[in-house]
Write a protein that binds this ligand. Structure first.
Ligand SMILES: Cc1ncc(COP(=O)(O)O)c(C=O)c1O
Length: 400
């Protein structure tokens, strides 16, 4: 057991807004997000409004409230609101795409070795059913550059490649893929892109309309701090006709006609009511954006810049103690940063357990897709620079 450090570092001024246990140094916003008190209260208000008059809520009131969140999200990720629908998580987003996108026998889907497993699994099932296959390309790690990524991914394209899934921010390696270059390059070769932006809204600036992927899914329950079960799916206009939710509901036999009743497209209508459900996570997305935007003079841009700068200060503290060069240029990072920890002699499970049990630090310690040990830090409002210094000192005691 490594010797315990002194007292835990002071939390940030924003920490009292969050429900997170103050006795844990929580450096893992990236895995599940964390809600603020304000956001949980907003969700509670939506739930109570529903429970006061359920028929009014489900038959009338929920629709404009869904549109309110759709507008707030559309303006953040830069797309027409009506091209967005809500799903419970990015996994469901990819599963919906996998079910709807037509594949022919022999087609190939290109993914990276750092694709999120749940999303990759849904594509594999779709490929199996269609007699298609999934081709995996290895992302660079460490010594990462945008050019290297572009060459690596484009070099893995074959004449059979028809669909490609790219993470906007790669979960395990923490870096952003140059999607603004990759998506048009792939499309020039007849390949459509699924953009997995689970770490997207509120994490780094997004511009769906300019990037123009066929499909985008992203979580609001990560970097927008929305309640769990709040995510979106964007489908490019030319692919929306006949794009159906995984679960068909009452109006599935004539969604166009039903959509006229609720003043929306068949695409919006079918996703907006997929059976009785708690839609409060979706409705709270607008409140989460509003609250986060209110904290900085320049709104969400300010929040993203704050979290990125904090993450970089944390990275510097860790590079120092690990005595390594940065594996990824700063320009490819947002509020997440992964570092190689091969200089520590323990295995990843022992490091993880020591950090959690001896030092009360929650931080992911994993193996990278290439099998090498890594650690990923996240930076969100409730974190402070002192917490990363504390982590650095904890790693130092492990080395000793
Ligand atoms: C890149 C990426 N895609 C998809 C997911 C899955 O998100 P969810 O569990 O909300 O479906 C994650 C989760 O961390 C992720 O990092």
């Amino acid at each position: 057991m490594s010797p315990p450090l002194t007292t835990l570092p002071d939390p940030s001024g924003f920490a009292p807004h969050f429900v997170i246990d103050p006795d844990i140094v929580y450096l893992n916003h990236g895995s599940f997000g964390a809600c603020s008190e304000e956001i949980l209260r907003a969700q509670d208000t939506h739930r109570r409004n529903a429970e006061r008059e359920l028929v009014d809520f489900y038959v009338h009131n929920a629709w404009p409230l869904l549109d309110r969140s759709r507008r707030a999200l559309g303006s953040l990720v830069k797309c027409a609101p009506e091209d967005l629908v809500f799903v419970h998580n990015a996994t469901t987003g990819v599963a919906s795409i996998a079910t709807n996108h037509h594949l022919n026998p022999g087609d190939e889907i290109l993914i990276t070795n750092a694709a999120y497993p749940a999303c990759a699994n849904n594509l594999r099932r779709a490929a199996d059913r269609a007699g298609a296959s999934v081709n995996v390309v290895n992302l660079p790690w460490p010594n990462v550059t945008e050019d290297l990524i572009i060459d690596t991914i484009m070099g893995a394209v074959t004449p059979k490649t028809k669909l490609c899934m790219l993470s906007l921010v790669v979960s395990s390696l923490g870096y952003r893929l140059p999607v603004e270059t990759l998506i048009p390059k792939l499309r020039e070769q007849g390949i459509e892109t699924i953009l997995d932006a689970a770490h997207g809204p509120g994490c780094i600036p997004m511009d769906i309309e300019t990037w123009n992927p066929a499909y985008t899914t992203g979580n609001a329950h990560k970097w927008l701090c929305a309640p769990k079960g709040a995510a979106f799916l964007h489908v490019r206009k030319d692919l929306q006709h006949g794009f159906r939710p995984l679960v068909l509901s009452n109006d599935a036999r004539n969604p166009e006609e039903a959509g006229k009743r609720t003043g929306r497209s068949a695409f919006n209508h079918e996703f907006d009511y997929a059976g009785t459900d708690d839609v409060s996570p979706y409705l709270t997305i607008a409140d989460a954006i509003q609250w986060l935007s209110s904290l900085f003079d320049d709104g969400m841009e300010g929040l993203m810049a704050h979290n990125h700068a904090l993450c970089m200060r944390g990275r510097d503290a860790l590079l120092d103690v690990l005595n390594i060069e940065a594996p990824v240029p700063e320009s490819m990072l947002g509020p997440l940063c992964t570092l190689p920890i091969g200089s520590l002699s323990q295995n990843v499970n022992d490091i993880k357990a020591a950090l959690r049990k001896d030092h009360k630090i929650e931080v992911p310690v994993w193996t990278a897709p290439d099998g090498s040990p890594i650690l990923r830090i996240s930076a969100q409002l409730y974190n402070t620079e002192a917490q990363y210094t504390y982590l650095a000192r904890a790693l130092d005691t492990l080395r000793a």
